[in-house]
Design a protein around this ligand. Structure first.
Ligand SMILES: CC(C)(COP(=O)(O)OP(=O)(O)OC[C@H]1O[C@@H](n2cnc3c(N)ncnc32)[C@H](O)[C@@H]1OP(=O)(O)O)[C@@H](O)C(=O)NCCC(=O)NCCSC(=O)/C=C/c1ccc(O)cc1
Ligand SMILES: O=C(O)CCC(=O)C(=O)O
Ligand SMILES: [Fe+2]
Length: 361
């Protein structure tokens, strides 16, 4: 059986590996489970990007914010300050039931445990919908070295479309997690907008801030020679906000303020990690920061994570908000069509903050 040779030999050709991992639907999970002892060369990252080169700043950590009194001005200040300084924070007592979070993690395992032939139905080539995509790595056609990650990406258009096209193995749990996180998303955006002198979220700015959503189910298998590769390379999200559920494994690192180092985001049971994305950095004219982050590969444990990307709609034009510029501040970013912005992000390999540089005036 050809895939066995593929998986056990580190020096296979790119086309053999692509066939096994991408075209046959095995993912890196399939490679990992064949028990290969060394990393296929296609996954070896340039030295400076490797997991082993991460300089950790151990004394720092991102803020942890209790959302139970979210409309208390002190909580609001903590959220806006975290968004300005760190671009990342964790929230606890956020109102999303813990069972909903457990269920979506279980559903992630359920999807990836399907046989390759079943998952293959959702690859770019075969998927019944453009809004459902199972894949491996980030942008394999553009990457010099691949990433040790499988993903299922689900773009939410409507409940009816989700019911009809999302994989039954995880559909209901993913939808429930999206629905139950809506309230805390609105609370966070209300507070963040107040910090920009936008007093209320009306229909127009609600659609601009959270008019579309994408949920990804990420699966990071156990990785041989994990120090030589990455699970996700350095990038910032193109969303308005990202709500991330991680499991207890750890491995997410955030760029430290004014430093070359990286800060670990420790798993906290029941917490959600929140980060500002490029769209909100642009709308806030740089006040809120969309911070670079990366995920390390793990030599002994499987990791799953489930981000919800809260975005403008593809047809929205985004730029610095008028309220932010009202005092005479100069616009730092151009107005850009959001779907053009996202397409540009997806067509490159991960490259830190390069997408937003493209929108700078
Ligand atoms: C431009 C989009 C994405 C697609 O437009 P479309 O007109 O329906 O066109 P297509 O479905 O044919 O997709 C166009 C291209 O988008 C890319 N794409 C379409 N979804 C995907 C997909 N989930 N994956 C990776 N390429 C894709 C892909 O490059 C694809 O090209 P191709 O590969 O040639 O088919 C459109 O849906 C849109 O503007 N959506 C806005 C909402 C949105 O998805 N925002 C992104 C939030 S995601 C985010 O912040 C971070 C994501 C992330 C993800 C992984 C990481 O490792 C790190 C970060
Ligand atoms: O898995 C994680 O912790 C982070 C995932 C991530 O950064 C992303 O999907 O954009
Ligand atoms: Fe991310």
């Amino acid at each position: 059986m050809a895939p066995v040779t593929v998986a056990t030999t580190p020096n296979t050709t790119r086309s053999d590996l692509t066939e096994f991992v991408m075209l046959k639907g095995n993912g890196v999970k399939g490679l990992s489970e064949m028990g290969l002892k060394s990393l296929p060369v296609q996954y070896i990252q340039p030295l400076e990007e490797r997991t082993c080169m991460i300089q950790v700043v151990p004394q720092e950590s991102i803020p942890i914010i209790d959302m139970s009194n979210w409309d208390d001005p002190k909580v609001g200040d903590a959220i806006c300050e975290a968004a300005q300084k760190w671009g990342f924070f964790q929230i606890i007592n956020h109102g999303v039931p813990l069972q909903v979070l457990e269920n979506v993690k279980d559903a992630t395992y359920r999807f990836y445990e399907l046989p390759a032939e079943q998952k293959l139905k959702y690859t770019k080539e075969n998927s019944p919908s453009k809004d459902v995509r199972y894949g491996s790595s980030f942008s394999p056609e553009a990457e010099k070295a691949l990433e040790w990650k499988d993903y299922l990406s689900l773009f939410f258009v409507s409940e009816a479309e989700a019911v009809a096209t999302w994989p039954p193995a995880c559909r209901d749990e993913a939808l429930e997690y999206m629905k139950r996180s809506e309230t805390v998303i609105k609370q966070l955006l209300t507070v963040l907008m107040k910090g920009l002198n936008v007093e209320e979220i009306d229909e127009t700015n609600e659609s601009l801030l959270m008019g579309s959503k994408r949920i990804n189910l990420n699966y990071y298998p156990v990785c041989p020679s994990h120090d030589l590769t990455v699970a996700i390379g350095r990038h910032s999200d193109v969303s308005t906000l990202t709500i991330l559920l991680q499991d207890q494994t750890g491995g997410l690192y955030v760029r430290a303020v004014d430093s070359q180092g990286w800060i670990h985001v420790p798993p906290i049971s029941g917490a959600l990690v929140i980060n500002i994305g490029d769209a909100l950095q642009i709308m806030s004219n740089g006040r809120y920061k969309s911070i670079e982050h990366r995920v390390t590969a793990n030599g002994s444990k499987v990791r799953v994570s489930v981000p919800i990307f809260v975005n403008p709609r593809p047809i929205d034009v985004i730029g610095p908000l008028p309220q932010v510029l009202a005092g005479g501040e100069k616009a730092m970013y151009k107005n850009v069509l959001y779907s053009d912005y996202v397409r540009y992000f997806f067509k490159k390999a991960h490259d830190g903050k390069a997408t937003i540089e493209h929108a700078k005036i």
